[in-house]
Design a binder for this molecule. Sequence first.
Ligand code: GLN
Ligand code: ZN
Length: 770
Amino acid sequence: MRMLKHNLGYPRMGAQRQLKKACEHYWQGRIGRSELFLAAKRLQEEHWQLQQAAGMNLVPCNDFSFYDQVLDMTLLLGAVPDRYAPVVTEVAENAEIDLYFAMARGYQQHGLDITAMEMTKWFDTNYHYIVPEFKKDQQFRLLSNKVFNAFDAARHTLEATPKPVLIGPVSYLLLGKEKESGFHRIELLHNLLPVYISVLQKLQAQGAEWVQLDEPFLAMDISEAEQNAYRYAYAEIRKQCKDLKLMVATYFEGLRGNAELAAGLPVCCLHLDLVRAPQQLDELLPLLPPKTSLSLGLVDGRNIWKNNYDISLPHIRKAVDALGEDRVMIAPSCSLLHTPADLDLETGLDAEMRSWMAFAKQKLEEVTALDAIFHGNNSLLELNRTAIAEKSASARIHKPAVKARTAAITDDDARRQSPFSTRQQLQTARFNLPLFPTTTIGSFPQTDDIRQLRAQWRKGDLPAEQYEAALEQATINAIRLQEELGLDVLVHGEFERNDMVEYFGEMLDGFVFTQNGWVQSYGSRCVKPPVIYGDVSRPADMTLRWTKFAQSCTALPMKAMLTGPVTILQWSFVRNDQPRSVTTNQIALAIRDEAVALEKAGIGIIQVDEPAIREGLPLRKADRDAYLEWAVKAFRVAVCGVRDDTQVHTHMCYSEFNDIIAHIAAMDADVITIETSRSQMELLEAFAGFKYPNEIGPGVYDIHSPRVPGVEEMVQLLQKAAELLPLRNLWVNPDCGLKTRKWPETKAALENMVAAARAARERTSSNVPV
Ligand code: GLN
Ligand code: ZN
């Protein structure tokens, strides 16, 4: 039998983001339930047909979701937290979908006020899932019919076999969180399995042949208990669903130490991500029992580049030689959820650039092409070879001068001239700041009128002079306000920036922007990551115009704002023809040149934001130190071109730092500002325990809500910080930028923050070291 071609999941938003619009209109009450469902039905049918037309023999269903596929599982398995019961018991008109959205978004209607479930990142993607909440005696029951309805609908639409997709039982538990103490969620497997088994049996009764169970944790570091849970779960499932063909899908990493475990599961097919971990094919082939098939994930589901068939084909050859063609399937590496929908819509990109790329639709065509080439279609292979060769020789991508400079980076480039203690003295003398100096993280409220002006200017409806004049006025207003409030180190407000990565990407060579390259971030939220396609360089100054303007408006120090190299990398689609570290170093050099230019222009304080440094951490622990080493070095390359008396700040937020504190210290920023207020400064204990040597601004208030914190509350936090860290190292600032806030609460909160800093100065004045 010829190998099967299949897909693991398709982007659900729609190429025009139809799902986003339908959901948001439903939430606003502009459309009803039936219209919402109709929009979903159309999208699913369109996507099923498209996948079938692209040549898929097995087409996924139930990969569609109104909000998130993990939340879908929580509803299917009846793991609805108790607090949502009133959404359906007390409001007669509410249906299952309203309960579902309440869990995703919280519920503040009909006199109810119920918080949303927590959201967190899906492995190392920028997709966020809704975290299942478990109690000690957690019960499960079959609650929702969505998967069964999806299977029926797919079967009526398709000639190809619909393959329902579920998150496997072990990964589902591991994705969740214990909400009570005294148990580990993996112990819930006994309660959970019967429900899974009834779901699978029901699908089988409906006529399902294949079911895909996603078990990404098989590719992560898992404990022995978790490994045993896998053995137990799949043995039970096998016993009770004998005739169903189960495919266990792994992705984002290689199986490594779990290879034997995974190969030994009593399932029909195991899917491997051979883009992230090509070497695992050799590891798996000898372990596979005689009847198990292997699904080869060949086409990158995490990036937008055209597949290099000369890399993929040898994997197929090897697997077919070892197993025979009827035990091999081919597919993208993971669900295509993380790629944009359709390259054909990118009419703004030139033909050459387009010839380098493939979005979701094109990736499925690549899977089909690989099958055709494997069976002798040489012209498709030749076309691909030409495209790949042209790309690797393109002068648009390869800039010898950039490569040479990056290769020549030395350890000295990543070192300030003097150690921190010397720099601190010079900086103290230069800026003469009080104890507990106050500052903000960079952005001030981006009001609707600024966004509208930018949109008009981009469309060509507003002359550049008018747009710039409006930005200047906004900047002046922000500076006057900061002066009136009594802040010590000012910022210009970032009014000219739409996004902290896009702004730099648009000014750097080597970046390109798509028109419709949307990827789901969470719920109805999508992002359009920049694409780094070539060697990165900085053809001109990027931020000087605004920073110099801002500094010219005030006698107080103006802190310049740059985005760090790791964050720029992390929030973009990146090159796959060189290591991430090399791309990061190229960006680092561009940021370094900008910092030096700012310094020459008289700017004394420069902040380089790295909020994404933590999220770049590899999924497997064994790879983490190597990553942190190059990431920290790239940051240092970006900031170490400046003089000792130039003060370098960095900012990080919303992540755990405890386990990477040594690397954060190695960044050697003169000042780091971090988010701490929500954890009541718990995070600071990590810094204190480590005896973090440099200056630090622990955020004293949460910027995610309009709530205005009281003075005393912030003084308390400062006192706690003062107990843990040397006084002269402490700064006072909010948790993060204020872009999403409104002006009234921003003014009120900063007024209180300055008052808190003054109170803290007074209360500690008797202890001031001389
Ligand atoms: N300087 C940025 C701002 O204030 C930092 C944003 C961030 O940390 N994500 O908006
Ligand atoms: Zn932040």
